[in-house]
Write a protein that binds this ligand. Structure first.
Ligand code: GRG
Length: 300
């Protein structure tokens, strides 16, 4: 019997994740109204749900169940959402729109948006630890997951990458500096998503290493693809010959090596990532491999 197609898989798991995210929010009577409302506003605003899907796919690749992986998958999405809320703030990117709607600070004001981000960050740890207990996940597995979540989302991970990005605004001159930023700002949370799923699914050390390598490579590919889409999207809107000054000056892979070589780089990183998975004897690697191709070919 063949499994679901990628489209069915994405649709099914997205619905399941959204349902779980909605029910993982604190009860209405438990927290002040504006806090719950602002947490829900951003958490339930759609998005690709790519990180939680990778967590589930990694657990399944090891022979584990989606059911056991879903709570940690949701915790990753909470961390991701907090980072987007804070990234949009006036002190950082000062964006008015995210996922097609007004940003949190535009709707709730800056102070509540900061606190909504803080609340999602801490609620992620609560949800992960609590549900792991409910699913009977071994204490040392939970400890490793919490340790890695702090590591990959914290100063040596995503937050460090964000600060390096801000420093880079003064002028990046080398591609290695850009790699550092992308690795931490983008890949680290993807690596966490995969390793956490792997741990829940019972991955061996070799499989965890493969998931790390896969995540680092597809994370970088994902970010380069994002930068390509940023330019191509603008070109579609503005006409081929015209490109906004801001996008032209943004120091990205296309800025350093051009669009065509950036596309090649996305393809070669994706292949490298897939190779790591193919060589690590996963019982069910197919969906992970298909997801890598899907992310590389995405147009939004
Ligand atoms: C403020 C602590 C802090 C960190 C900010 C994640 C981040 C770091 C900033 C967001 C801006 C950005 C371009 C980050 C790079 C990673 C990335 C491409 C995020 C967008 O992720 P998607 O495409 O978003 O998965 P959706 O909306 O689909 O969930």
């Amino acid at each position: 019997m063949s499994g679901p197609s990628l489209t069915e898989y994405l649709k099914g798991h997205t619905l399941r994740i959204e349902k779980e995210l909605a029910s993982s929010l604190p009860e209405r009577w438990d927290v002040p109204g504006p806090l719950r409302e602002s947490m829900a506003y951003s958490l339930m605003a759609g998005g690709k749900r790519m990180r939680p899907i990778l967590t589930i796919a990694a657990a399944e690749a090891c022979g584990g169940s989606a059911e056991a992986a879903i709570p940690v998958a949701c915790a990753v999405e909470m961390i991701h959402t907090y980072s987007l809320i804070h990234d949009d703030l006036p002190a950082l990117d000062n964006d008015d729109y995210r996922r097609g709607r007004l940003t949190s600070h535009k709707v709730f004001g800056e102070a509540t948006a900061i606190l909504a981000g803080d609340a999602l960050l801490t609620h992620a740890f609560y949800s992960a630890a609590r549900s792991a207990r409910e699913h009977g996940i071994a204490a040392d597995t939970v400890l490793s997951i919490i340790e890695e979540l702090s590591y990959y989302a914290g100063p040596r991970g995503m937050v460090g990458g964000q600060v390096a990005d801000m420093q880079g605004e003064q002028g990046l001159t080398r591609l290695e500096e850009l790699d550092y930023i992308h690795t931490h700002k983008t890949s680290d949370l993807i690596v966490f998503s995969l390793k956490a799923g792997g741990r829940i699914g019972g991955a061996t050390e070799r499989q965890l290493d493969a998931l790390e390598l896969f995540g680092t490579n597809i994370g970088l590919a994902f970010q380069i693809q994002d930068d390509i889409l940023d330019i191509v999207g603008d070109e579609k809107k503005l006409g081929k010959a015209v490109r906004s000054d801001e996008k032209q000056q943004k120091v990205t892979y296309p800025y350093f090596i051009g669009l065509e070589r950036s596309r090649d780089k996305v393809a070669s990183l994706t292949e490298l990532g897939k190779e790591a998975i193919v060589n690590a004897d996963f019982p069910q690697p197919d969906m992970l491999l298909q997801l890598a191709d899907y992310l590389m070919k995405r147009d939004h």
